[in-house]
Design a protein around this ligand. Structure first.
Ligand code: AMP
Ligand code: ZN
Ligand code: FE
Ligand code: FE
Length: 285
C-alpha cells in the first residue's frame, strides 16, 4: 500500500496513553501520517493541544473521543469524530462518565483493600497524572507493588468483568452516545468490531443494524488486530449499510509497545481518504 495515510484511533496522557497530545502529533509527523485523530477515553481535554501541535508540525488533526457504551449488558466502544470541541452538551456528558469512573474506582480500591492489597486511590490517580483514571492505571499500580506479575493477571484476578474487584461504571446506551456526538456536529463510528462481544445466536450484523438505526455513521474496518478476512467482512458490512470506513492503531505509547502509531503491529494501513470521509460527513451536518 502507498499514498497518504492516517491514524484515527490513539490515546494520550489525557487518558491511558503515555505520550502527551503534542508528542503524539510530533510522532505522527515522524511516522509520515497526513492526518491524526486523538481518541482518548471519555475526554476531549487533549484536543486543543493536539490541534495546535498539528499546525506546528503540519499534521491535520481531527477531534475525536472513544466512549464505552452499554449494549445488551455488554460493552461496545464508540468513536466520535470531527465534533465541535466547544460543544457544551458533549462536555457535560463526558463529565458524567468521568464522575462515574471516580465512583467505580473508589469501590475497586475498597475491595482491593479488603482483599489485603494495600493500594490507595491517591497513587492510582498519581499514576493517571490527574487525568481520566481507567482500569489500566490500576493494573499498573498492582504491577508496581508486585501484587501481580503481568497486566493480564491484574485483569484476570481483579479487574476484568466478573473478577474479584470488578464494579460496573456508568455507561450510556448507544443511542445516547450517538446523540451526544451528533449533537456536537460529530460523526459516530463503531470501534474495533472484532471486539464486539456477541450473545449466543447473535451476529455482528444484528448489532450493527441497531446501531445504524440509532444514527451510527461509520465502522472501524482497519484496526491493528483485524485479520485480512475480518477487514474484508467489515468492509462488506460498511458497503451494505452505507457506512463510512475508518481505521486506526489504538496506539497507547510505551504501555502497549507492540502497537506502533500508524502501522499497528506492522500490517496496518489506513488511507487518508478515511479522514477525508469523516470531515466531509461532519461538514454536511
Ligand atoms: P475502563 O475504561 O477503566 O473500564 O478500562 C478499560 C480498559 O481496560 C480497556 O480499554 C483495556 O485497555 C483494558 N481491559 C479491559 N478488560 C481487559 C482484559 N480482560 N484484559 C486486559 N485489559 C483489559
Ligand atoms: Zn485505552
Ligand atoms: Fe476500544
Ligand atoms: Fe482505544
Amino acid at each position: 500500500m502507498d499514498g497518504p495515510r492516517c491514524d484515527l484511533h490513539c490515546h494520550s496522557t489525557e487518558s491511558d496513553g503515555t505520550l502527551t497530545p503534542r508528542e503524539l502529533v510530533k510522532h505522527a509527523r515522524e511516522v509520515g501520517l497526513r492526518s491524526l485523530a486523538l481518541t482518548d477515553h471519555d475526554t476531549i481535554a487533549g484536543i486543543e493541544e493536539a490541534k495546535a501541535a498539528g499546525e506546528e508540525y503540519g499534521v491535520r488533526v481531527l477531534s475525536g473521543v472513544e466512549i464505552s457504551v452499554e449494549y445488551a449488558s455488554k460493552t461496545v466502544h464508540m468513536l466520535g469524530y470531527c465534533f465541535d470541541s466547544g460543544a457544551e452538551r458533549l462536555r457535560a456528558g463526558l463529565d458524567k462518565l468521568v464522575a462515574g469512573r471516580n465512583e467505580r474506582n473508589t469501590k475497586i480500591v475498597a475491595r482491593l483493600n479488603e482483599l489485603g492489597l494495600r493500594v490507595t486511590l491517591e497513587e492510582i490517580e498519581a499514576e493517571a497524572g490527574g487525568k481520566v483514571v481507567g482500569r489500566p492505571h490500576i493494573a499498573r499500580v498492582l504491577l508496581k507493588h508486585g501484587y501481580v506479575s503481568t497486566w493480564e493477571e491484574a485483569f484476570e484476578k481483579y479487574l476484568a468483568r466478573g473478577a474479584a474487584a470488578y464494579f460496573e461504571r456508568l455507561r450510556f446506551a448507544p443511542v445516547d452516545a450517538v446523540a451526544l456526538i451528533r449533537d456536537a456536529g460529530g460523526v459516530a463510528v463503531l470501534a474495533h468490531p472484532k471486539y464486539v462481544a456477541l450473545h449466543e445466536g447473535e451476529t455482528l450484523e444484528d448489532i450493527l443494524r441497531t446501531l445504524v438505526d440509532a444514527g451510527l455513521d461509520g465502522i472501524e474496518c482497519f484496526y491493528t488486530d483485524h485479520t485480512p478476512e475480518e477487514t474484508a467482512e467489515y468492509l462488506e458490512l460498511a458497503k451494505r449499510y452505507g457506512l463510512i470506513v475508518t481505521g486506526g492503531s489504538d496506539f497507547h505509547g510505551s504501555v502497549k509497545p507492540e502497537i506502533a502509531l500508524g502501522s499497528g503491529t506492522g500490517g496496518l494501513f489506513v488511507p487518508d481518504s478515511c479522514a477525508e470521509a469523516l470531515l466531509n460527513r461532519a461538514n454536511r451536518r
